[in-house]
Design a protein around this ligand. Structure first.
Ligand code: HEM
Length: 239
């Protein structure tokens, strides 16, 4: 068995995946920076999200920049995995590409549920989760939501940076291939992961006053829908 380059007819699929990934990355990078801002408290986080939302939830833009590229990218990824498996093709064993595949699988597992839980709430009930809603989930089931959001965000960060290091050179920006080389990738992913963890500490009320998340519209919606029970008044996660 050998790791032959993908047959010609796969090149189209690789190109579709590169273009859809690069488009979605515009939202994802802004979205991850938004999560890092949680370290500065609810007001900064919510103000930034409301400003960004004017762009990414503008009717046509939301479909063209987020939902369509996201589902096309995920679909192309699944198709390529199935084709590789059908051909018995082995994948590269070096760490960079392996983490790229692993982070892609993590995103594949969680992105539908996440999009439904966040965007679904605002589309169906007019309730935006915002800082308080995320902070509530960390208090509601900490053993699940703390590792889930941390791993999901760091997987998103790594997959995005490494993926842009593949996609942008393929789309003609050859000077950006260093994004997937350790010298640039490690500091970018390392610093980004640290800022994401600080953001999580913000949501947890450790770095800032997280207010009363159990009284947030999102928490009340989850209780009203019978998804969550009304929790006791909150203290910072872990105190
Ligand atoms: C710490 C981790 C994360 C947190 C706390 C978080 C939080 C949120 C929140 C609060 C919203 C609603 C935004 C709004 O109302 O304007 C949202 C939407 C969304 N998130 Fe995340 N997110 C995280 C990571 C990610 C990652 C890694 C992805 C990558 C797939 C992602 C994909 C999305 C998508 C597609 C939407 C819907 C955007 C829209 O159409 O409005 N999120 N997220």
């Amino acid at each position: 068995m050998s790791t032959l380059s993908p047959p010609e007819n796969d090149r189209q699929l690789v190109r579709v995946q590169a273009i859809s990934g690069a488009i979605f990355a515009l939202f994802l990078l802004a979205h991850l920076v938004n999560q890092m801002l949680a370290a500065l408290g609810p007001a900064v986080y919510d103000d930034a999200q409301r400003l960004m939302r004017r762009g990414y939830q503008a009717p046509v833009l939301e479909i063209v920049l987020i939902l369509a590229p996201l589902f096309i990218h995920a679909g192309a990824g699944v198709l390529r995995m199935l084709r590789r498996r059908a051909r018995g093709q082995r994948t590269s064993t070096s760490l960079g590409p392996r983490l790229h595949r692993l982070s892609g699988i993590v995103l594949l597992i969680f992105f539908v549920g996440h999009t439904f839980a966040t965007r679904g709430a605002s589309l169906l009930y007019g309730v935006y989760p915002e800082f308080a809603g995320i902070a509530f989930t960390l208090r509601w089931v900490p053993a699940y939501f703390i590792p889930y959001y941390t791993v999901f965000a760091i997987a998103g960060l790594y997959h995005c940076v490494y993926g842009l290091g593949i996609a942008l050179p393929m789309l003609g920006l050859r000077s950006l291939s260093p994004l997937r080389r350790p010298r640039l990738l490690v500091p970018l992913a390392g610093l980004g992961s640290l800022l994401i963890i600080l953001g999580m500490l913000g949501f947890g009320g450790v770095l800032c006053d997280a207010g009363k998340p159990e009284q947030s519209p999102y928490a009340r919606l989850l209780v009203r829908l019978g998804v969550a029970h009304a929790p006791a008044p909150s203290a910072p996660v872990g105190r």
